[in-house]
Design a protein around this ligand. Sequence first.
Ligand code: HEC
Length: 181
Amino acid sequence: MSEVHVEDHSSLIKTPQQLIVVVVLAFVIPVVGIVMIASAITGGLKTEAAGDAGAVAERLKPVGTVVIGDVPAPAAGAQPAAAASGVKSSSGEPIKTAAAGGPGAGKKLYDTVCMACHAAGLAGAPKTGDKAAWKPRIATGKEALYNSALHGKNAMPPKGGSSAADADVKAAVDYLVGLAK
Ligand code: HEC
């Protein structure tokens, strides 16, 4: 009676062979699925990393660079009209750069290099605009100050650690001295 009852339940799996096939498929299908998903993810990453290392480096590079001293020739293709010696604005007037000397050179060099220490008076640097700190130094004469700025003095590195032109360093000294008078 009970056997008949069991037989009445229809099942898709009727033989041991079918059972084996079902068990094997139940194991293989999820594995294949996982492998496909994993390869889709890592395959994508591989394309990104190995595809073009240059493109990645390009995206990771800093936005700008600070150039002190001689301005290198502009990159090929970029502003072909701007020669290394005299960058021109659209109106044709030369734009003053830190390397170009001129009245703004001292302030520019100060803003990019000297300010790092002198604005806050770091490492015992005479603070910018601090008349009391600068007075005895100014009293030693411009040449002495130029000499210290160009060749260094104690914690003050030569040219503030930059490779600026001598004239620009002197202009920066003038600028500092001017602010402290
Ligand atoms: C790394 C920090 C640092 C930077 C950058 C720096 N200075 Fe100085 N500077 C000093 C310190 C420290 C002193 C004080 C040195 C001393 O008298 O012992 C000093 C002193 C000076 C003096 C006085 C020298 C004297 O004979 O009394 C001048 C002028 C000067 N700096 C100019 C400059 C100029 C111009 C720049 C930028 C080109 C610059 N400094 C960048 C740290 C710095």
